[in-house]
Structure formats: structure tokens, C-alpha cells
Design a protein around this ligand. Sequence first.
Ligand SMILES: *[C@@H]1O[C@H](CO)[C@@H](O)[C@H](O)[C@H]1NC(C)=O
Ligand SMILES: *[C@@H]1O[C@H](CO)[C@@H](O)[C@H](O)[C@H]1NC(C)=O
Ligand SMILES: *[C@@H]1O[C@H](CO)[C@@H](O)[C@H](O)[C@H]1NC(C)=O
Ligand SMILES: *[C@@H]1O[C@H](CO)[C@@H](O)[C@H](O)[C@H]1NC(C)=O
Ligand SMILES: *[C@@H]1O[C@H](CO)[C@@H](O)[C@H](O)[C@H]1NC(C)=O
Ligand SMILES: *[C@@H]1O[C@H](CO)[C@@H](O)[C@H](O)[C@H]1NC(C)=O
Ligand SMILES: *[C@@H]1O[C@H](CO)[C@@H](O)[C@H](O)[C@H]1NC(C)=O
Ligand SMILES: *[C@@H]1O[C@H](CO)[C@@H](O)[C@H](O)[C@H]1NC(C)=O
Ligand SMILES: *[C@@H]1O[C@H](CO)[C@@H](O)[C@H](O)[C@H]1NC(C)=O
Ligand SMILES: *[C@@H]1O[C@H](CO)[C@@H](O)[C@H](O)[C@H]1NC(C)=O
Ligand SMILES: *[C@@H]1O[C@H](CO)[C@@H](O)[C@H](O)[C@H]1NC(C)=O
Ligand SMILES: *[C@@H]1O[C@H](CO)[C@@H](O)[C@H](O)[C@H]1NC(C)=O
Length: 459
Amino acid sequence: MLLKNILPFIGYVLAAESATKTQRTYSQYSPKSSEIAEAAATAHTSHETSDVEGAFFKRLVVIWLENTDFDKAAESEGLSYLAQYGITLDNYWALTHPSEPNYIAAVGGDYFALNDDRFITLPSNVSTIVDLLDSKSISWGEYQEHQPYTGFQGFNYSNQHTFANDYMRKHNPLISYESVTNNETRLSNIKNFTEFYVDLENETLPQWSFITPNMTNDGHDTTINVAATWTKDFLTPLLNNSYFMDDTLVLVTFDENETYADKNKVFALLLGGVIPDDLKGTIDSTFYDHYSEIATVEANWDLDNLGRHDANANVFSIVADAANVTNDDVDTTYKVNNHTYTGYLQDNSQAFPAPNITLKNKVGNPVLPAIVSVWSSEYEAQLSQGFFTSTTTTVTGNIPDATTTASSNGTASHSNSKSASASASASTSAVSSKSSGGANSVHVVGISAILGFAAALIL
Ligand SMILES: *[C@@H]1O[C@H](CO)[C@@H](O)[C@H](O)[C@H]1NC(C)=O
Ligand SMILES: *[C@@H]1O[C@H](CO)[C@@H](O)[C@H](O)[C@H]1NC(C)=O
Ligand SMILES: *[C@@H]1O[C@H](CO)[C@@H](O)[C@H](O)[C@H]1NC(C)=O
Ligand SMILES: *[C@@H]1O[C@H](CO)[C@@H](O)[C@H](O)[C@H]1NC(C)=O
Ligand SMILES: *[C@@H]1O[C@H](CO)[C@@H](O)[C@H](O)[C@H]1NC(C)=O
Ligand SMILES: *[C@@H]1O[C@H](CO)[C@@H](O)[C@H](O)[C@H]1NC(C)=O
Ligand SMILES: *[C@@H]1O[C@H](CO)[C@@H](O)[C@H](O)[C@H]1NC(C)=O
Ligand SMILES: *[C@@H]1O[C@H](CO)[C@@H](O)[C@H](O)[C@H]1NC(C)=O
Ligand SMILES: *[C@@H]1O[C@H](CO)[C@@H](O)[C@H](O)[C@H]1NC(C)=O
Ligand SMILES: *[C@@H]1O[C@H](CO)[C@@H](O)[C@H](O)[C@H]1NC(C)=O
Ligand SMILES: *[C@@H]1O[C@H](CO)[C@@H](O)[C@H](O)[C@H]1NC(C)=O
Ligand SMILES: *[C@@H]1O[C@H](CO)[C@@H](O)[C@H](O)[C@H]1NC(C)=O
């Protein structure tokens, strides 16, 4: 079912920081149970599969858990059990806080200045990983636990007995993109766990999928032990299922770390049939962030890019090696990634940032031609207006790497000086002239944005 009537309206919610900045707001779709039942009866579910060769894997399964600091995740019984079968990524970063911007960025290559979990939609001319996958007919889908029916676009679906939080739109990365929701075919790939088991049984799993457990199982409303145990229980039978495992790479990670005042590094683990025996139980300290999830897909299937932060992001090493990609060293000494930049979704006066249509990704491929044709004149216009440079902010982070974090050159950093500080220039637009992954992950902003963020937290 399509929801053509989710029309954004302009709200005049004053950002606490300034009397002139107005936040972009949207009408929230919150259907009643009766409406949900009616829509569920006619919802169409696709079971598309495909078998497109990649440089390193044929299937990527991404699983996101919630709000946990690195050490707690690494020490949990469930994830430490699984880690012996995979590669732990100990230098993997979330992008900002809270949840939703991280989820949308992992499929769209930017979070467009979102700094909360509200109901949003992104215009239909904004592309995602789906457009890249479709360009080579690589099947894709999402599995969202307890989403009441395929393609549901509501804000939440609570447990109908206890009314506890169960499915939440904010943890569904593709549902905020109209380029997905305005297309019935695409909407029919936004499925729930019932359909995951149908696809597993019928051997119709797509080649790219994103799995979100419910608010209990992902740890959001519970603890890391619940989330880690759920993950172990979910994956253990799959790890013995040759249909699931063969040629498959699984990524388990977290949307963000829990403590906002700290650096936003999260636990991440690669599993699956493609992990070579000699790498099981090892650690990869290469710098990655959520944009690496798109970059890795582009490198594996030799795809074009979105012209956003995906283009410069590092590719998971095992895939980079197979695809002949050289990753960048990224200095994380003063990286924090703990708050968002000011832009489109926070400031209604700002245009939607054009993608940088000239970018090439790490496998040397250009921006997807369909994106270039939609955005090229807007990119030139924004360039001539100085839009990109005007949104660049010079900033300071003040937490140096402390103990265990491997530095960008592979040696452990033991810097611990609390008084040290450094400036970083963060391009807050979708485009970046830097070749290093640092440019796409340093989202440290000026004091005004920090105040705005603090105000949003209080609200
Ligand atoms: C999952 O989605 C299917 C297809 O729309 C629906 O029939 C089913 O009831 C949903 N399952 C759950 C547990 O909500
Ligand atoms: C969404 O959440 C609200 C607040 O918890 C709840 O009252 C409402 O019933 C939920 N909606 C659905 C469809 O579950
Ligand atoms: C989340 O899903 C599990 C089953 O996987 C279920 O036991 C639990 O009750 C669900 N949480 C809520 C709040 O409904
Ligand atoms: C709708 O989605 C399908 C499948 O993803 C795609 O092939 C088609 O081009 C899309 N249509 C439009 C108008 O974007
Ligand atoms: C597998 O697909 C067939 C139709 O192709 C369907 O009848 C059957 O119910 C599916 N299996 C499962 C486990 O849903
Ligand atoms: C998986 O297979 C191994 C041996 O191949 C076996 O020891 C283990 O019990 C199996 N686990 C499950 C959950 O079936
Ligand atoms: C982000 O980290 C900095 C340290 O670099 C800290 O001063 C600031 O309070 C943090 N921001 C938030 C919102 O916690
Ligand atoms: C969040 O991640 C950072 C970066 O690794 C780490 O220093 C910090 O300890 C984590 N937060 C907590 C509370 O562990
Ligand atoms: C990577 O380089 C090797 C050696 O030059 C070549 O055999 C292989 O085909 C390349 N792989 C890709 C995916 O380009
Ligand atoms: C766009 O990317 C190119 C590299 O292809 C870079 O030289 C240019 O500075 C970028 N544009 C902007 C506005 O950042
Ligand atoms: C993208 O879509 C939005 C919303 O419809 C529109 O305002 C904007 O002009 C479009 N931009 C381009 C480059 O097509
Ligand atoms: C490399 O690591 C050493 C030892 O920690 C450090 O002194 C040096 O500054 C690092 N260089 C870079 C470029 O990060």
C-alpha cells in the first residue's frame, strides 16, 4: 500500500539556539490498529532473490543492535562467543547521536543534519544503496522484527498486549526515503521476521539485507546481555545452515555508543561463510564507520557511488583486499562523532545538499548516472553559491585517544592528555574534497550546534 498522503508540512518549531532557525518538521503517520489490520490484508510481499557474483561475497547481512559502548559489547557472553568465529572490528565508528541519523546514513551516505528520532521523510530524488543495488539487479530487502506488515510506514508498532515499544520506524533505515516508499516494488521488500524465515526456508533471501530486532532484542529497552544473547541465539543455527552461510558476510554492529560525552566508537563483528579460518577470532583495527557499509557493497559488486560520504569511506579489509582497494589511514585522536552538524533537517532555510557528482569511489567508479542527471545543475548552483564552503565549520574536539584504541598508523596510541586539543575541519555538506575517510566522519561542529543539540536532549 502506498501512502501518498504523507506530505511534509513546514512547522515553525524554534530551535533553542537561535530565534531565526526553524526546524523542518513532518506530519507523523500513526495509524490505529484497525487501519493497520486493513492495510495488512492487502500488503504485497516480494521474495526476490538473485545470484550476482561479487569480489568477496555474494550476500551481505547487516544486523544492528542498540546503544552500547564498545567494551560492554565486547565483554558480553553472546558476542564474545560469536567473536571466535569472526573478525572483530575495533576501530568502527558511529556517526552521531541519537539512533535515526545513524540508520539513515548507513543506507543514504549522509544523515542530512538529523539530530533526533522524529518522523521524517527524505525527498524522492534522494538516492540510497537501493539504487546502486538495482543498477546491477542485486536483490535486497529489510527484515524488521514485528513490523506489522510489509511496507508499513507508521511511526511505531507497539506490543498489542503490553503496549511496550516493539517495532520503531527510527530503526528502519530505508523507510524514511521516498525513493523507496513511493515505489510499490521497493516497498514490498521492507519485510518482517516472519518473512525472513519464509525466505530462509524457501531459499529466497536477497543478496543485501538489513535486520533490525525489536526494542527488546536489540538492547534498546533492555541490556547488552539481552541483545548479545538474542544475537547468539539468532545466528547460531544460521551459522550451521549452508544455504545461509555459503558466500555470505554478516556484519553485527551497534547504531551508537551509549555515553554521549565519549567518543562514538562501537563494537562491530564480521561473520559468515566467507571468513577464512585463519582470520577467525582475529581483530581488524582499520578505521571504519557506518558509511563503510555502503562502500563495502560498492567495492564488492563494482558499483557506482552516491556522491556522498560513501565514496570516500573505507572498505572492510577482507573485501578491500579482494577488490584491490587501498584504504585510508584516519587519525582518530580527536574524533568524537558525538553530535550532528547544522543543515537541512535542522534548519528549514537550508537547501537539500546536492551530492558531489564528480566523486569516484574506492574502486574508481563514478556517481550513478541517474543521480548525476537529477542533481548536476543543482550541484553547480550550490557550488557557485558557496553553499558547501559556507556549511564548513572549524571545530574542536577535546578527548584524545586514551588507552586501547589503535591509531590510524596501526600502532597503539597511549595519549591521555585531557588538556590536549586540536582543530578539525568538518565538511558538513554531502561533498568532501578530502580523500581520507576522516572527512566523512569528523562531525565536530561549532558551539551553536552543540547548544542546539543539548537543547534537543532536554526536550
Ligand atoms: C509480517 O508481515 C506479513 C506480511 O505483511 C504479515 O502477514 C504478518 O502478520 C507479519 N508478522 C508479524 C509477526 O507481524
Ligand atoms: C505507538 O506508540 C504509542 C505510544 O507508546 C502507543 O500508544 C500506540 O498504541 C502505538 N501505536 C501502535 C500502532 O502500536
Ligand atoms: C520482541 O520480540 C521477542 C521475540 O523475538 C518477544 O519475546 C518480545 O516480547 C518482543 N518485545 C515486545 C516489547 O513485544
Ligand atoms: C521501482 O523499483 C524497482 C525495483 O527496485 C526499480 O526497478 C524501478 O526502476 C523503480 N521505479 C522507479 C520509478 O523508480
Ligand atoms: C515457499 O514458497 C511457496 C510458493 O512458492 C509457498 O507456497 C510456501 O508456503 C513457501 N514456504 C514457506 C515456508 O513459506
Ligand atoms: C553446528 O555444527 C557443529 C559441527 O559442525 C556442531 O558441533 C554444533 O552443535 C552445531 N550447532 C548447532 C546450533 O546446530
Ligand atoms: C562530545 O564530546 C566532547 C569532547 O570532545 C564533549 O566535550 C561534549 O560534551 C560531547 N557532546 C555531547 C553532546 O555529549
Ligand atoms: C564509547 O566509545 C569510545 C571510543 O572507543 C570509548 O572510549 C568509550 O569508552 C565508549 N564509551 C564508554 C562509556 O565505554
Ligand atoms: C585484483 O588484482 C588482481 C591482481 O592484479 C587481479 O587478478 C584481480 O582480478 C583484481 N580483482 C579485482 C576485483 O579487480
Ligand atoms: C567534489 O569532489 C571532488 C573530487 O572528485 C573534489 O575535488 C571537490 O572539491 C568536491 N567538491 C566539493 C564542493 O567539495
Ligand atoms: C528534489 O525534490 C525536492 C522535493 O520535491 C525538490 O524541492 C527539489 O527541487 C528536488 N531537487 C532536484 C535537484 O531535483
Ligand atoms: C603513528 O603512531 C606513533 C606511535 O603511537 C605516533 O607517535 C605517530 O604520531 C603516529 N602517526 C600518525 C600519522 O598517526
